[in-house]
Design a protein around this ligand. Structure first.
Ligand SMILES: Nc1ncnc2c1ncn2[C@@H]1O[C@H](COP(=O)(O)OP(=O)(O)OP(=O)(O)O)[C@@H](O)[C@H]1O
Ligand SMILES: [Mg+2]
Length: 358
């Protein structure tokens, strides 16, 4: 999606990805290699003028050396490093007066057992947890045996009304632009965003607060590029930052069809030192992730494509992944429709009819 958007700006891409069948492998000169390997990242960067990332799990030492060697790397390696570790991220929020759930740093399981009084809490791995895999709820003492035995966090469990995200960009001149907030609905088991509605239905002052917080976060980080700021809205209208991601994000896919500027174009504008585009919504929209059906692993086969394509305002994005497995993100569908009820009906229709099996 980033490449699609870059074509309009005359950008030549090269891609590094560990999967030889990565969705982009036929779209641009492709290097298959480990993103976490110093030499691989260093070598790849030699032929680029500017390097950006779409996953935080990357060798930041190599990226920092590329900066020293005169290459532009956005987002900046030091910020990727900070965000890679949820512990550092939370500490950063605290140090910069960014509202966030109260937390404790924990080193291992026995440390967690010593803080029973902190429950109900959310236990998060400091590093390498993503898509809900490094996060678990510890509601009562009965949940303690499953606590992670690794450096992480215990966060107070927030009884939120909504989860929202604001995607914000900043270029090298410090010009910041925020997209309107979106509202996320999570899959109860997979911990993945299942639907998303844009714009989020929020009271004006809550929407304003969310926007200001997102802008404050990106300014405090000094990040160049795109930042997705995931937030909770509590029942009394407080906005708390959950976590941030320094790249185009799942919660911004709908911007391709439903905003004047897409998050991908905005990311490119930011890292290329161009002015930001208009972030306004052109229409209300919903985004549904297309996940691998439970119980199916193997060559992907899609059911219900015709039915979904027949819906007014439906746009299908398949990621070109050959293999499906339960809950693997295989694509997404954006629905544009000015009527919120109709959007919800269509989102449910997509969810119930579009299936990825093997
Ligand atoms: N303090 C909290 N209180 C209540 N719920 C929480 C808390 N922290 C996280 N959650 C829930 O767990 C989900 C996943 O947490 P988080 O976003 O930190 O993990 P993640 O693995 O990075 O997820 P992803 O990669 O999907 O964004 C959140 O979206 C939210 O629904
Ligand atoms: Mg998250």
């Amino acid at each position: 999606m980033l490449i699609q958007s870059g074509i309009d700006l005359n950008i030549n891409f090269s891609v590094l990805d560990p999967d030889p069948q990565a969705p982009c492998h036929q779209l641009a000169p492709f290097t298959c290699g480990k993103l976490t390997d110093y030499q691989t990242v260093w070598n790849f960067g030699q032929d680029c003028d500017l390097i950006t990332i779409e996953i935080e799990n990357v060798n930041t030492v190599a990226l920092a050396d590329l900066v020293k060697a005169g290459k532009k790397v956005f987002p900046q390696p030091s910020i990727i490093e900070l965000i890679q570790d949820k512990r550092k991220q939370k500490q950063f929020f605290k140090d910069h007066q960014i509202p966030t759930a109260d937390f404790l740093l924990v080193e291992n399981k026995s440390d967690i057992l010593d803080h029973k009084s902190y429950l109900p809490a959310v236990n998060k791995l400091g590093r390498e947890g993503y898509d809900g895999r490094g996060v678990q709820m510890l509601r009562t003492e009965q949940d303690l045996p499953k606590a992670f035995d690794a450096p992480g966090l215990l966060e107070k469990l927030i009884d939120f009304e909504k989860e929202i995200a604001v995607i914000v960009s900043r270029n090298e001149n410090g010009v910041v632009a925020a997209f309107p907030a979106v509202e996320m609905v999570f899959h109860p088991e997979a911990n993945l965003v299942e639907y998303l509605f844009s714009p989020a239905q929020l009271k004006e002052e809550v929407a304003k607060q969310a926007k200001e917080i997102a802008e404050h976060v990106i300014q405090s980080l000094g990040l160049v590029g795109l930042l997705a700021v995931e937030m909770f809205v509590t029942r009394d209208g407080q906005v708390l930052v959950n976590e941030v991601a320094p790249r185009p994000h799942n919660s911004g896919h709908q911007t391709i069809e439903a905003n004047v500027t897409s998050q991908y174009e905005q990311h490119l504008r930011a890292i290329l030192g161009l002015p930001p585009g208009d972030t306004s919504c052109t229409c209300a929209s919903a985004m549904v992730n297309v996940l691998g059906e439970e119980g199916f692993t193997g060559m992907a086969r899609y059911e219900g494509l015709n039915e979904v394509l027949s819906l007014a305002g439906a746009h299908i994005h398949l990621y070109g992944k050959k293999q499906t497995k339960p809950f693997r993100k295989m694509g997404h569908v954006t629905l544009v429709d000015p009527d919120l009820e109709s959007l919800k009906t269509k989102a449910n229709f997509v969810k119930n009819n579009l299936k990825v099996k093997s």
